[in-house]
Design a protein around this ligand. Structure first.
Ligand code: ADP
Ligand code: MG
Length: 253
């Protein structure tokens, strides 16, 4: 049975997509069977993993136009279900009862084919985000160590608490992952402390491994590869391999 991991933060530009791709790359490097689901209407994850967005998308799956099997593409990285801009209209297209559970239901029939299903989410707290929280086992919050990153985190916190309480009791917030990390910047430590307070309120913590700033990160999607595959030697790649080991090392060995 697959373990489903969602990357979330209603702020854009914090490294959700980069991190989702990197985790896929790290799992594949360990010989695992991986499916990446792009739940962001911008479609960056699927693009960066080499999927074709002219095919069926997760939008088609969620509205019941095609089966989830028909929307899975096999790329040179891993299996991928792409997204497109139509996904942003989903809120209006789903029927009102049970709309939070659609993704979970769709995943049920493919859970046995994968070791890990990785979900990238949009920078919003929408029906898509809620669906991803309900469908997953593990939640990881990528965050940049800037003071503005803490803005809006209370709202994220309330959403996670509500989903845990009403919909998915076994939802496991694995931690806040600090990205674009540069310890030489003075404010970083201060923000890290604040982030750790927030994480504590959610019964979680800031992950020990931080992801360093590396210029190669921006180049990887153009080459249709995750950073861990495109530039395995750069610090950010080594950090990603390390954090995957911190979180999933035991089951990967
Ligand atoms: P999100 O999905 O949260 O919007 P992205 O993963 O798209 O965030 O990252 C936002 C931008 O930051 C991208 O241009 C990406 O290349 C860059 N970026 C992400 N992580 C790093 C890193 N560790 N070092 C340098 N740039 C990064
Ligand atoms: Mg993104």
């Amino acid at each position: 049975m697959a373990k489903v991991i969602t990357f979330t933060n209603q702020k854009g530009g914090v490294g959700k997509t980069t991190t989702a791709a990197a985790f896929c790359g790290a799992f594949v490097a360990k010989g695992k069977k991986v499916l990446a689901i792009d739940l962001d209407p911008q479609g960056n994850l699927a693009f960066g993993l080499g999927a074709d967005d002219d095919e069926y998308t997760i939008h088609d799956v969620l509205i019941g136009k095609v089966s989830i099997h028909e929307a899975i593409q096999t790329t040179h990285n891993c299996d991928v279900i792409p997204s497109n801009i139509l996904l942003s209209g989903l809120e209006l297209e789903l029927s009102s009862v049970g709309r939070e559970y659609v993704l979970k239901e769709k995943l049920a029939s493919i859970m046995k084919f994968y070791d890990y299903i990785v979900i990238d989410t949009p920078p919003a707290l929408s029906i898509l985000t809620i669906n991803s929280y309900i469908a997953c086992n593990d939640l990881i919050i990528p965050m940049t160590p800037e003071i503005l990153s803490l803005q809006g985190i209370a709202q994220l916190k309330d959403t996670i608490i509500a989903v845990k309480k009403y919909y998915n009791k076994s939802l496991n917030l694995r931690g806040i992952l600090l990205t674009k990390y540069n310890e030489r910047i003075l404010l970083t430590k201060e923000v890290e402390e604040l982030a750790s307070i927030v994480a504590g309120q959610l019964g979680s913590s800031v992950l020990k491994t931080k992801i360093s700033v590396s210029v190669a990160v921006a180049e990887a999607p153009a080459h249709k590869m995750s950073i861990v595959r495109y530039a395995p030697r750069v610090k950010a790649s080594r950090d990603y391999v390390k954090v995957v080991d911190e979180l999933y090392g035991e089951e990967l060995r």
